[in-house]
Design a protein around this ligand. Sequence first.
Ligand SMILES: Cc1cc2nc3c(=O)[nH]c(=O)nc-3n(C[C@H](O)[C@H](O)[C@H](O)COP(=O)(O)OP(=O)(O)OC[C@H]3O[C@@H](n4cnc5c(N)ncnc54)[C@H](O)[C@@H]3O)c2cc1C
Length: 460
Amino acid sequence: MDISNLKRALFQELGDDVVSDDSALLNSHDGDWSEAPRHAPELLLQPRCPAQVATALAILNRLCQPVVIQGGLTGLAGGATPQQGEVAMSLSRLNRIEAFDALGGTVTVQAGVTLEQVQEHVEGQGWIFPLDLGARGSCQLGGNAATNAGGNRVLRYGTMRERVLGLEVVLPDGTLLPMLGSVRKDTTGIDLKHLFIGAEGTIGVITRLVLALAPKPKATQTALCACSSFEASARLLVLLKRALPGLSAFELMWEGFVAAAVEMLGMPWPFATRSSVYVLIEVHGQDDVTDRTILETSLAEALEADLVDDVIVAQSIADASRLWTYREAVGELLGRLKPFAAFDLGVPLPQMESLVATLRETLGRTYPGMRHLFFGHLGDGNLHVLSGPCASDEQRQRIERTVYEATAKADGRISAEHGIGVLKLDSLSLSRSAPELELMRRIKNVVDPHAILNRGRVLE
Ligand SMILES: Cc1cc2nc3c(=O)[nH]c(=O)nc-3n(C[C@H](O)[C@H](O)[C@H](O)COP(=O)(O)OP(=O)(O)OC[C@H]3O[C@@H](n4cnc5c(N)ncnc54)[C@H](O)[C@@H]3O)c2cc1C
C-alpha cells in the first residue's frame, strides 16, 4: 500500500485533528501491556465521534489498509499492538458518558470512557457498575467489551457480556450498526451484539455501549483467609456461597504469589504463620451487622472444620483496601517480572489443583531461575499464572506451549478473560473445534473481506 496515497485520503477527509504522523505520538501507541513485539503504527487516527470512525474505516477499506483498534492498551494478549505497516485507531477521544437512567439502572457511554470513570460516575447516584479489574484506571469500556473482560466480581455480577445491553458498532466498510437497545429481554432474531463482544475488534469497532448497572450495596464485608490446602479453599467457597448470596469476590493466591508481593514490593506478611493458599473474600450485602455476623459465623465454622488456618476480617474501609493490596499487587509484579509469560486459563474446579501441581513442578524444574506465580478468580474457575523474567522470546513461547497443552489435557480453556490476540493464535485449536474455527473464519470473511480490521488477531 502506498502510504502517501493513504495519508492524503485520510488527511483530506478527516484533517490533522484526527490524523497524526507525529513520531512521538506514534511511538506512544506502539503496544499494549503484553510481550508481543511492538511497532509504532504508520499513522494514528483519533476520531472524536462514531461518524469519524465510519469515515476512516470506509477509506481504509477502500484502500485495503490494515488497521489495529486501540482502547486503553492494557490488554495482555497483544491484540492492540500494531504490526508492521498497520495504521492504529485509538478510541480514547470517544470519552463521553452520554446518558444515565436512574430508574432503569443503565448508563450509555462512548467506547473510550474508562472503566473507573463509569464506576465513579454512577456510584454517587445509588448504583454501581460492578465489573472491576486492576487496570480500571486505563482500560476502556470498548476494550472491556471487545475482550469480554471478567475480573474480580464475575462470581456475583457476570462478565462484561452480562453487563452489555446494547452496542453501537462500525463495520469494516464504514457501515454504522446501531444496536443500542436498553431492554433486558429481547427475542427479536439473532442477537447480533454478542458477535462483537469478545471478538477482540476483528469484525467491528465498538463506538457506544448501553450498560446494565447494579444497585449499590449498602454494606461490603472484606476478609483475608489463610487455608491449609487448595481443597480446603474450594470447600470454603461452597460454604460461603451457601451462607452468603452476596459473595462478590473469592480471589485465590497461592503462597508463592503472596511471598513475591511481600518480598518484591516490601509488603508485610499478612499472618503470623504461613499457609499454602490465601483467599480474599468480599461480600456485597444490604445490612452491615447481619452480613458481618453471617460472615464471621461462617468463618468460625470454617476454622472449626480446619478449612481455614487464620483469618482477618476488615474492620474499616482502610482495612479492606489494605487486604485488597495483596491481590492488586499483580499490576506491579507484572512490571517486575518483565519479560513475562502471563496466563488466564479457564479450568474446571476439580482439575485445578492437579493442574497447578503439574505446572509448578514442570515450570519450576525446567526454568528454576524464574518466578512462577499462581493466583486467580477461584469462584469462576479462572486460574492466572505469571512466569518471569523470561530469558528470550523463544523461552516465553516454550513456556506458553507447556502451559496450554497441560490446560487442554485438564479440559480447560486457554483464555478465560484476556482473549487470544496474537499471543495465543497458534494455540486456539486446543480450545475450539475445527468446525467452530471454520465458522469464525466464514463470519470474518463475510464482514471483513479485505481483512483490514485487527488482521492476524484471534484467527490466522
Ligand atoms: C494490571 C492488569 C490487571 C488486569 N486484570 C484483568 C482482569 O482481572 N480481568 C480481565 O478480563 N482483564 C484483565 N486485564 C487485561 C485488560 O485490562 C483487559 O483485557 C481490558 O478489557 C482491555 O481493555 P483496553 O481498553 O485496555 O483494551 P486494549 O488493550 O486497548 O485492546 C484489547 C483488545 O480489544 C480491542 N479493542 C479495544 N477497544 C475496542 C473497541 N472500541 N472496539 C473494538 N475492539 C476494541 C483491541 O483491538 C484489542 O484486540 C488486566 C490488565 C492489567 C494490565
